[in-house]
Design a protein around this ligand. Sequence first.
Ligand code: GDP
Length: 248
Amino acid sequence: MLDKLLFYFNLPSLRHAATDSGGLSFPGLMSLFANAVFAISAEKLSDLPPPDGAEIAFAGRSNAGKSSAINALAGQTRLAFVSKTPGRTQLINFFRLTNGALLVDLPGYGYAAVPEKIRRHWQSVLAAYLSRRSSICGLVLIMDARRPLTELDRQMLEWFGPTGKPIHVLLTKADKLTRNEAAATLRSTREALSPWSDQVSVQLFSSLKKTGMDEAESVIGGWLGHVTRQEKEMPPVKGEKNRGPETP
Ligand code: GDP
């Protein structure tokens, strides 16, 4: 109930505000995910908040590194729960960004130890959420760079692709590959996704080394019409007026 109230009044959750530092990693500059706060959790579709704000959905195979990527982007260590037991977190978690948009952390899929009945339940929730939720403005699909495009990753693309909305693939744990291996993975994943090229973008990412953060923020920020750190740091093009921050 408290969470519901906090969500509707767009206030930070006291629970998370108390545990996360939430400090800006680049003080003074606009950062899309900095100071994100927990808003609400949903266990089933009927628990979802009304679809009236922009949502960025994060999905990925269990253990692919989704929670770590969310925490790295938000510059916080414990915003999304990094699970010691893959597949344990079975909730849809909503985090409120300072610009009012929501980051939606979807339950990880594909963990074999989860009972079949629960797996089927979550797959149907994911299918319905991804294919029908009008407020999603883009999907961030997290894949382990060592094992990209599993069957279930492709299933997510099949469910979300028909919406025509953008998908950004983070090939995470890129630090576990050599530079050549990482480049080859990026190339082959892009090639495999070329039939979706007008809708899908792909990049390398590492939560551990904090690489690929600006690129991710720039793509996702673009979906929300957000001025990112990168853009903000660039000098204005000659003749262009100095723009203030945009509101989505
Ligand atoms: P999730 O189940 O998709 O949320 O995955 P987690 O974020 O919990 O990560 C699963 C495991 O991979 C954890 O042990 C993380 O520490 C590790 N991990 C996540 N991201 C990275 C990364 O970029 N590099 C490395 N080396 N390990 C990572």
